[in-house]
Ligand binder design. Structure first.
Ligand SMILES: Nc1ncnc2c1ncn2[C@@H]1O[C@H](COP(=O)(O)OP(=O)(O)OP(=O)(O)O)[C@@H](O)[C@H]1O
Ligand SMILES: [Mg+2]
Length: 250
């Protein structure tokens, strides 16, 4: 059976102009992520992990090279089309939650649905997604009234409420204590299986990276090892769904 690639990057460069100088942040990245795969992206600070995630998540454009999302080359799309595609296909979670401070948990999760065909169902969908992440009792809390772990769960609900199949996460446990961090990771694992997600996660935690189907290691804007697809895939995760922490993850 042919592998379906949800995400592909071909010789991607990202160069940032800093006055007269150019900073070569990504230098020729090629990779392919199969449907249902769970990929950990590791590398030293400053190696370009967040930049790569931004390019893969269609937030930033590559300076050179191609990015394909579900078979569509996104590098050439106009801004409006790109925004719609991103909204529909990708959920993104950051280290520092990025919730809107004046909106309740429920409103934060509804917000991405306000533009789009499901705005009439926004309330019901947001509530269902918050219940799914265990926050049915926190719908009307503002972000500052929630713990860090709860705020990240709101951010995850917001990322997934539109039904994307691809979740990109940039150190989602980086601002959390180890217990809340572990809960967030278990939640992502559980949602991955339930919703059939493909996950690319930046992490500094070797235990988390070890539990991924595949690890990509970035050094100085380049992948340190060739991208070899050998995914256990979602079927493996379903068979092995075990919500206890993996070895080294506690
Ligand atoms: N908009 C920008 N302007 C200037 N420099 C930038 C910009 N974005 C990224 N950089 C630089 O590019 C390099 C890679 O940044 P990036 O945030 O991708 O690293 P990272 O691997 O995510 O690091 P960390 O593990 O610390 O989060 C860094 O040296 C950073 O300073
Ligand atoms: Mg980063």
């Amino acid at each position: 059976m042919q592998t379906k690639h949800v995400l592909k990057a071909q010789d991607v460069y990202r160069t940032i102009a800093l006055g007269p100088r150019e900073l070569h942040v990504l230098r020729g990245i090629s990779l392919a992520v199969a449907e249902g795969e769970w990929v950990a992206l590791t590398g030293p600070s400053g190696s370009g992990k967040s930049t790569l995630l931004g390019v893969l998540g269609c937030i930033d454009r590559p300076t050179r090279g191609r990015v394909c999302l579900d078979g569509v080359e996104v590098s050439a799309l106009a801004e409006g089309r790109l925004a719609r595609l991103r909204n529909e296909k990708i959920g993104i979670v950051f280290q520092s939650f990025h919730l809107i401070p004046t909106m309740t948990a429920q409103e934060n999760v509804e917000a991405p649905l306000y533009i789009g065909p499901r705005r009439r169902q926004a309330q019901a969908l947001a509530r269902a997604m918050l219940e799914r992440v265990g926050l049915g009792g926190r719908l009307h809390h503002l972000p500052h009234q929630l713990s860090g772990g709860e705020q990240q769960r709101v951010a995850i609900a917001r990322a997934l409420v539109g039904g994307p199949r691809l979740l990109l996460a940039d150190e989602p446990t980086g601002n959390l204590d180890s217990t809340s961090g572990m809960q967030v990771l278990m939640l992502i694992r559980e949602l991955r299986v339930q919703l059939g997600l493909t996950v690319v996660m930046v992490t500094h935690d070797p235990g988390v990276a070890a539990s991924a189907d595949r690890r990509l290691h970035l050094v100085d804007g380049r992948l340190a090892a060739p991208d070899v697809a050998a995914p256990a895939g979602l079927a493996g995760a379903r068979r092995g769904l075990d919500l206890r922490p993996a070895a080294g993850e506690a």
